[in-house]
Ligand binder design. Structure first.
Ligand SMILES: NC(=O)c1ccc[n+]([C@@H]2O[C@H](COP(=O)([O-])OP(=O)(O)OC[C@H]3O[C@@H](n4cnc5c(N)ncnc54)[C@H](OP(=O)(O)O)[C@@H]3O)[C@@H](O)[C@H]2O)c1
Length: 346
């Protein structure tokens, strides 16, 4: 059995990792940290996990102790906190999957411009960007995987195959995303309390969201040149789920079935990306709780716009599910192990 530690086990992605790993046949969670909850039982704090992790107690995030108890660590902590712990874990010989943004950007200057000082820039070149379907081959031998953000996952999975084969115009990409409130984490803030989000629907951080450089990095890589995008995130009153609509233009004379065909072919061996038939568009209610990314699209002939829509669960394919998928690839387990279940419906 692979021994797993979760650093930041009391946050939404940490608890989601506990939910998913409980069903994985090849792993055992041996350590879970929370500074606030140290000493408390996992099942006592999170009733949904009661009876499922007998004897597992939150501990302080101590590198020496984690190194003695685990083979692989999930870092489910905020950016800037992850980079303080990861170098020590790697030195101790552990594999690390970081759910934060600390190792997603390859350029230290860009990281520092959007996030602040980086204390372990020597690891930026080594870290592999963990968009599983795109970088499997590099993820497999990696010891440090930077799990993508939720907005980038929902945008890049449909865009990268189309950009790589030159079917969309990189000069004209608008990404319009709507996220459930768990995307903001479990730490209370005024912006996410009930009366602020219930019956509300708003755009925020237009052009300023920290996922912009991550998306531009990967879109530029796929297009083979520097690309800038417009990104408009929105908050919607649901606990989990993310719907992304991408407005772009075709760069070749092609029809809707041609674009769908490219995606179908690219993802034919990828169990978690579902390309929907022509005329059918994704719904967050079809992916809730599951590790799928559903994609639909339409070329609007009248305006010559290619409209692409994707849906994920931000806590699963957008975070913890993709992290478990990356663990499977890094450890030589079947990619879908422990994740091969239907989303919750209704
Ligand atoms: N929520 C999403 O949909 C989503 C999607 C993709 C990626 N992510 C990323 O995943 C990471 C975790 O997100 P989340 O939503 O689960 O956050 P969260 O709900 O706010 O939880 C953060 C966790 O980190 C711990 N923590 C905070 N500061 C720490 C520090 N300095 N040292 C050690 N532990 C610390 C907290 O516990 P204590 O304070 O008790 O130690 C808590 O367990 C973030 O980097 C986030 O950007 C989130």
């Amino acid at each position: 059995m692979l021994r797993i530690a979760i650093v930041g086990g009391s946050g939404y992605t940490g608890v989601e990792l506990l939910r998913l790993l409980r069903g994985h046949p090849m792993v055992e969670v041996t350590a879970v940290t929370s500074r606030r909850l140290a000493g408390e039982g996992v099942g006592d704090v999170f009733p949904s996990l009661r009876g499922l992790y007998e004897g597992l107690v939150f501990t302080e995030p101590d590198i020496q102790s984690l190194a003695g108890h685990a083979d692989l660590v999930f870092m489910a902590v905020p950016h800037q906190a992850a980079m303080m712990v990861i170098p020590g874990l790697l030195r101790a010989g552990l594999k690390v999957i970081d759910l934060s943004a600390d190792f997603r950007l390859r350029d230290k200057k860009i990281y520092e411009q959007w996030y602040g000082p980086h204390s372990a820039p020597e690891l930026l070149a080594e870290a592999v960007y963990g968009l599983t379907e795109i970088y499997r081959e590099w993820i497999s031998p990696a010891r440090l995987v930077a799990n993508p953000g939720c907005y980038p996952t929902s945008s890049l999975l449909p865009l990268i195959p189309l950009l790589r084969c030159g079917f969309v115009d990189p000069n004209d990409i608008i990404i319009d995303s709507k996220s459930g409130v768990s995307g903001a984490g479990r730490n209370p803030s005024t912006a996410t309390i009930y009366c602020e989000v219930n019956e509300a629907f708003k755009a925020y951080k237009i052009g300023e969201h920290r996922h912009v450089p991550e998306m531009e990095q990967e879109i530029s890589r796929a297009a083979g040149r520097d690309v800038v995008i417009n990104f408009i995130p929105h908050l919607v009153p649901m606990s989990r789920g993310m719907l992304t609509t991408i407005y772009t233009r075709p760069s070749k004379a092609a029809a809707t079935p041609d674009f769908l065909g490219i995606l179908q072919k690219f993802y034919q061996d990828s169990p978690f990306v579902r390309i929907l038939p022509e005329g059918v568009f994704p719904n967050v209610s079809s992916v809730r709780g599951g590790n799928f990314c559903d994609i639909g699209l339409k070329l609007e002939g009248r305006t010559n716009r290619l409209i692409i829509v994707s849906a994920i669960d931000n806590l699963v394919k957008g975070a913890s599910g993709q992290a478990v998928q990356n663990m499977n690839v890094m450890c030589g387990f079947p990619e879908a192990m422990g994740l091969d279940f239907a989303p919750l419906y209704p």
